[in-house]
Design a protein around this ligand. Structure first.
Ligand SMILES: C[S@@+](CC[C@H](N)C(=O)[O-])C[C@H]1O[C@@H](n2cnc3c(N)ncnc32)[C@H](O)[C@@H]1O
Length: 183
């Protein structure tokens, strides 16, 4: 019994250390979107056609798994650098047989996102700035960005859903054909 408990403690410690290091490296922990936020994001995705949805920083998979179940006809892609959240998503994907879901353990800033029609994210201001510079907004196949809580700098959202929570947190929908740069 003592051996089992020791192995368990070491395993939990390794997972915790891995998550802490990864969070420091990328600037954000794998904290999932709240229930109200992912429900709003999934509902907004219904307004974006049938093209592939890419979640930048898919964490434990709480959003991509639900998207893959809700929209079986769409390709859902997640990028996640943190090892254990990525691994858990892979295991759940296998267990549920979600053939329309792919999760990469890669830096989305170095990935080829040209096939994305919709980007979803729950990041932080510096990362929103970084994706804005990386994406060829308004060109290619990318048509929509759905962002939980953080706005795309210098751009006007076509829709803002206010969640029924303490902070009235925003979820932004950017329609790239209508994208207006604020001066
Ligand atoms: C707050 S979580 C969001 C999880 C999920 N998208 C959701 O809405 O529930 C943000 C995730 O982005 C990941 N991340 C941040 N920068 C990244 C990068 N450049 N490449 C891949 N993953 C990244 C972090 O590891 C973290 O798990």
């Amino acid at each position: 019994m003592l051996v089992f408990e020791s192995v368990l403690i070491v395993a939990v410690f390794m997972v915790a250390v891995s998550i802490v290091f990864s969070s420091i490296k990328v600037g954000i922990s794998p904290m999932p979107s709240s229930k109200k936020a992912y429900q709003a994001m999934i509902a907004l995705a219904a307004e974006t056609g049938v093209g592939p949805i890419y979640d930048l920083g898919s964490g434990w998979g709480s959003l991509v798994i639900r998207l893959a179940i809700k929209y079986p006809e769409r390709q859902i892609v997640g990028y996640e650098l943190s090892m254990f959240p990525w691994l858990i998503t892979k295991i759940i994907k296998r267990a549920l047989g979600l053939h329309n879901l792919t999760v990469y353990r890669e830096d989305f800033l170095k990935a080829d996102l040209s096939a994305a029609s919709v980007i979803t994210c729950y990041l932080f201001p510096a990362a929103m700035e970084a994706i804005k510079s990386k994406l060829d907004l308004g060109k290619g196949s990318l048509r929509f960005i759905i962002s939980n809580n953080f706005a795309l700098p210098s751009h006007q959202a076509s829709k803002v859903v206010r969640l029924n929570d303490f902070y009235k947190s925003p979820v932004y929908l950017y329609r790239l054909s209508l994208l207006k740069t604020q001066v």
